[in-house]
Ligand binder design. Structure first.
Ligand code: AMP
Ligand code: GLY
Length: 420
């Protein structure tokens, strides 16, 4: 089979790596890919958001399956377009991807189907939002409705900060159309867990649990990033909690989307907070998480292609999915300056990396070898009998990787006993 993977980050490298192990895969293309993916797939110069370009390429090359991994093309309807052209695609259609592309839609959906989440109010008018703040307790969480590269969530500890966020989003257009509607949410606390699930619109099979580290510096300090590392499993996600989440969150979500007439097919990501009041949904993502995927897929023993096909053909109920009992951790190496501005084209030196997987994100093949080409550059993943062993292996390998300005967190997987 000929496969096309859309995207070019660490998540896509992990997906390409896993799919390349499937005996039925004969050839993999990746658009646009990166310097590491190029060693196991043919990278093509088409942007992940180029719906026409991807569709034309898939038709010309007679691609058997296109895997759409990033949020933007899913929100733009790439899967709908591929299907309309008679092509097979993995990922939710545009209407189902709204669970991620509109936070207001996701909240209204959760309210309608009784899915536990933080209390909220939605606003389009600055004046209305401002007057709501008058009776609010702080902190509150202000969120832009649409996709904002993970930057559209502001935790405002005072009225002044909240008012600033409202002004930036609703009056100054900081996030463009994505910030024309906003949510003001109740601030909730507890450990965060990411649960990714395969779903064919009727059946959902959760993957092993994971957790990502969003802040740039150790101890969860500094600004939010796309994710500085992840580990799996989460020690907080016990069997009892898993059972509760399946019954009260995952199943009602899948059923509800069916009732809405937009069944969700693909990978649905549940960003959960385990509060003293029980698990609540912080957000949905309509796709594999990044960098959670780099910690979760190495633990998948089953054939990813078989699972993806079962999702598309709606026979996930007949699938058995097996996982490696070992733990996994992934540490992201970032460019100097990230998540602010950074230089590209810096040479990367990689010595002997043993017993680790190297997932490339912002890398490119330069004239004289590998160079940096983005903010998050590389993800180093190790499997181990426990988290401690993974962490030792990963940081041991990182000592053999260097590029000027490189920085990374030293505390990935070292979670506090109980947050708060
Ligand atoms: P989101 O993109 O909606 O997941 O938000 C990004 C991050 O903001 C989450 O991972 C949480 O750490 C934090 N967050 C979001 N919503 C809330 C909330 N209602 N209460 C507390 N923290 C939140
Ligand atoms: N790691 C969070 C995300 O993929 O959005």
């Amino acid at each position: 089979m000929k496969i096309l993977v859309v995207g070019g980050g660490g998540r896509e490298h992990a997906i390409v790596w896993k799919l390349s192990q499937s005996p039925r895969v004969s050839r993999i293309y990746c658009a646009p890919g990166n310097g590491g993916i190029a060693s196991m797939a043919e990278c093509i110069e088409i942007e992940a958001t180029d719906l026409d370009g991807i569709t034309v390429f898939a038709r010309e090359k007679e691609i058997d399956l296109t895997v759409v991994a990033p949020d933007d093309p899913l929100a733009m309807g790439m899967v709908d377009k591929l299907e309309a052209n008679g092509l097979r695609a993995f990922g939710p259609r545009k209407a189902a991807a709204r669970l991620e592309s509109s936070k207001v839609y996701a909240k209204e959906f959760m309210k309608k189907y009784g899915i536990p989440t933080a209390e909220y109010q939605a606003f389009e008018s600055y004046e209305d939002a401002l007057s709501y703040l008058k009776q609010a307790d702080f902190p509150v969480v202000v969120k832009a409705d649409g996709l904002a590269l993970g930057k559209g969530v502001i935790i405002a500890s005072s009225r002044e900060e909240a008012e600033n966020a409202l002004r930036e989003m609703l009056l100054e257009g900081r996030f463009g159309d994505a910030g024309k509607r906003i949510l003001i949410e109740e601030f909730i606390t507890g450990p965060e867990v990411s649960i990714l699930a395969f779903t064919d619109g009727r059946t959902a099979i959760p993957m092993v649990s994971s957790q990502d580290h969003k802040r740039v510096y150790d101890g969860d300090k500094g600004p939010n990033t796309g994710g500085m590392g992840a580990f799996s499993p989460s020690p907080f996600y016990t069997a009892d909690i898993a059972k509760y989440v399946e019954k009260n969150i995952i199943e009602p979500t899948i059923r509800g989307m069916g009732e809405e007439g937009s069944p969700f097919k693909g990978v649905l990501y549940f960003g959960l907070m385990l509060t003293s009041d029980g698990p609540k949904v912080l957000e949905y993502n309509a796709r594999f998480g990044d960098p959670e995927t780099q910690a979760v897929l190495p633990r998948l023993k089953s054939d990813l292609l078989e699972i993806m096909e079962a999702v598309i053909d709606e026979r996930l109920d007949q699938m058995q999915i097996d996982w490696d009992d070992r733990a996994a951790a992934c540490v992201v190496l970032a460019s100097g300056g990230y998540p602010g501005s950074y230089d590209k084209g810096i040479p990367i030196e990689i010595g002997e990396v043993t017993d680790c997987l190297l997932f490339h994100a912002g890398t490119a093949q330069g004239l004289h070898g590998l160079v940096t080409n983005g903010g998050r550059v590389l993800g180093v993943t190790a499997l181990g009998k426990d988290l401690e062993q993974c962490i030792r292996k990963v940081y041991g390998s990182i000592n053999r990787i260097y590029f000027k300005g490189m920085h990374y967190r030293r505390d990935i997987g070292r979670i506090k006993e109980r947050e708060q």
